[in-house]
Ligand binder design. Structure first.
Ligand code: HEC
Length: 192
């Protein structure tokens, strides 16, 4: 298991996402044939549902971490930094704004990024983005999420670019303290 992957799974929210996956893996009702518009609407509705229960708003919608999600700016990214050995990362703008969001990606490119942990621009998805959980989802569920994101109201908002390790950053960050002995990663893992 890579260090990046281990770190990604350390976050509390990952547990929420994992339980969501158990549901997402359940087979869904077959869609009616010959009704493409209705099928598309149902797919988007499912994507909305999945992003809600999987905690995407926690990190990607402004205000959620402070108990007051602003749904007028839903999934438009956050300027609260996440600091760790990977540097400082920022939950990005997931609305389809073509300059600051993901509007220039296709549905397939977004699905591919969840499967591989590489952002559509070709750079690794940094923690705490819990992509290892999402990589286990069905194609149908991942496509529903991607279609939903591309159907959102575009919001123009450029989140700060990720800051590499060691480079100073003066903005607000959430930083993990060094782990207590019990939680420290064991090498080799316990039981091996
Ligand atoms: C624990 C916080 C957290 C949660 C929960 C989370 N993300 Fe993220 N996400 C991030 C961070 C931080 C980044 C930026 C990673 C980077 O810079 O490499 C990110 C990046 C992304 C990207 C890449 C965007 C781009 O511009 O390339 C996509 C797509 C994405 N997240 C979608 C989602 C979806 C969909 C969900 C819910 C199913 C979700 N995220 C849940 C924190 C989170």
């Amino acid at each position: 298991m890579s260090r990046r992957r281990q770190l990604g799974t350390m976050f509390v929210l990952a547990a929420l996402c994992a339980s969501a996956l158990a549901f997402a893996a359940a087979p869904s009702a077959p869609s009616a044939k010959g009704k493409p518009a209705a099928d598309k609407a149902a797919k988007i509705k499912k994507g909305e549902y999945l992003t809600t229960i999987m905690g995407c708003n926690d990190c990607h919608t402004p205000g959620t971490m402070y108990g007051a999600p602003d749904m007028d700016r839903k999934l438009s990214g956050s300027e609260l930094g996440w600091k760790g050995p990977w540097g400082v990362s920022f939950a990005r703008n997931l609305t389809p704004d073509s300059e600051t969001g993901i509007g220039y990606y296709s549905e397939d490119e977004i699905v591919h990024s969840f499967r591989t942990g590489m952002k559509p621009n070709g750079t690794p998805m940094l923690p705490p983005m819990p992509w290892p959980n999402f990589a286990a989802m069905s194609d149908e569920d991942l496509h529903a999420i991607a279609a939903y994101l591309l159907s959102l109201k575009p919001v123009k908002h450029a989140v700060p670019e990720a800051v590499p390790p060691g480079k100073p950053w003066s903005g607000p960050v959430l930083e993990l303290p060094p782990p207590p002995a019990w939680d420290a990663p064991r090498t080799p893992p316990a039981g091996k």
